[in-house]
Design a protein around this ligand. Structure first.
Ligand code: PMP
Length: 413
């Protein structure tokens, strides 16, 4: 293994995927739905397959199927209230994952520092290392110790600490709102503070907004690219997989000024060349449909949020009945919960793992049959203690499986 890849060989998703294979728990670990995408989305793919056009099965336009970049440009022109150019300001990628890869390897050079806000989607650090950059961390921590149910909005960074990380070597900051795993939706004052520091230090912002259409009222998703002076220095990443409950379709995108996107397009061009034509065309049809009913009560984006909110409220209730203290997410479909109240009643000594939450999640899979993810993987070594007593669950699951999870949780009492 090359020196710059050392230390990033271990992947939590591989390890917990293998555990799930072996013990077959009810799996609330990985972040994806256990139900099919909505009918208008699967119908869109059927429509593509029923269209007699041989080109729909051949290489796509490298930076994205023209129909898809056009509807995405319309969508974000509306959301950002600025003109987004379909041909130069959007890059369609193989999921948000490839968008992140293109953004980090296209914008970060050898020795460049990149600021990450913890907890963070765990691929950011390996990507920065692959690019030869140096990650710097600032942690979100709860404002005060709470004993009951709390909110993701209570988890904040120390502005002074964040400011102290900016220097002449800083190339970029990676923002993730709504955040995985916390579900925190950054508010205007937090985003303004980050934006002001980016402008002061001439730093880029890589904004991972894959959960942008899953924000619970009265919270509002604010796109940092829409703040004054930020369009020029931000690339924003989106995911059709998350948005349309079709993570296996692997369609994502990046939008930003043509200037910045140029570097990402080069990485994309020489690594994957282009995406999957039928999938991109189907997502184009789905986004177009959604645009035609945007904001209406029966639109998918509105019903999705309502359905997810019901699921969120259900899991919050069941976790607290099981003596766990959930941190209510304001966005996304992931939730963390503090299990310290259970600690005296369970024996984790037979489980392996550097951190307590790893031992707890392994114990939970084997003894209760419930899969979760240890949230310490989303913090760097220094700050793992912040979440050592937590577990992360994914709640975008069928009601019957949430009911089963609730029954399993009751076994903890
Ligand atoms: N960013 C975040 C914050 C995520 O949680 C995920 C998926 N877990 C991704 C990016 C990757 O998204 P995609 O499936 O579209 O590649």
């Amino acid at each position: 293994v090359l020196p710059r890849l050392q230390g990033i060989e271990k992947s939590i998703w591989k390890e917990y995927g293998e555990l799930a294979e072996k013990y077959k728990p009810l799996n609330l670990g990985l972040g994806f739905p256990d139900f099919s995408p909505p009918k208008f989305v699967t119908d869109a793919l059927k429509e593509v397959l029923n269209t007699e056009d041989p080109l729909l099965h051949q290489y796509s336009r490298p930076t994205g199927h023209l129909h898809l970049v056009k509807v995405l440009a319309n969508l974000y022109t509306r959301l950002l209230q600025r003109d987004v150019n379909a041909e130069t300001e959007i890059l369609v990628t193989l999921g948000a994952s490839e968008g992140l890869l293109c953004a980090v390897t296209g914008l970060v050079g050898e020795g460049d520092e990149v600021i990450i806000i913890e907890p963070y989607f765990d691929v950011y650090v390996p990507l920065i290392k692959i690019a030869g950059g140096v990650p710097k961390f600032v942690a979100l921590k709860p404002k005060s110790k709470t004993d009951g149910i709390s909110s993701s909005a209570d988890w904040v960074f120390d502005p002074k600490e964040l400011e102290s990380l900016f220097n002449s070597k800083t190339k970029a900051i990676i923002l993730n709102t709504p955040n995985n795993p916390l579900g925190k939706v950054f508010d205007l004052s937090e985003l303004t503070l980050i934006a002001d520091l980016c402008k002061k230090w001439n730093v880029l912002c890589i904004s991972d907004e894959v959960y942008e259409f899953m924000v619970y009222k009265p919270n509002e998703h604010i796109r940092i690219a829409s703040l004054p002076g930020m369009w020029e220095r931000t690339v924003t990443i989106g995911s059709a997989g998350k948005t349309f409950c079709a993570t296996g379709w692997k369609v994502g995108w990046v939008y930003g000024s043509a200037n910045l996107l140029r570097s990402l397009q080069i990485v994309h061009h020489y690594s994957v060349y282009g995406g999957s034509t039928p999938m991109e065309k189907a997502i184009a049809i789905a986004v177009e449909k959604e645009l035609s009913r945007f904001g209406e009560p029966d639109s998918y984006f509105v019903t999705l949020q309502n359905e997810l909110k019901t699921k969120r409220d259900y899991i919050v209730k069941k976790l607290s009945e099981a003596n766990m203290n959930p941190v209510i997410p304001d966005g996304g479909f992931l939730i963390i919960a503090d299990w310290s109240q259970l600690e005296s009643r369970i024996d984790l000594s037979s489980e392996k793992g550097d951190n307590k939450d790893e031992r707890f999640t392994k114990w939970l899979i084997k003894n209760i049959g419930l899969g979760g993810i240890p949230p310490t993987v989303f913090y760097n070594e220094k700050n793992k203690g912040v979440v050592e007593n937590f577990v992360r669950f994914c709640f975008i699951k069928k009601q019957e499986n949430l009911d089963k999870a609730a029954e399993l949780l009751m076994k903890l009492n």
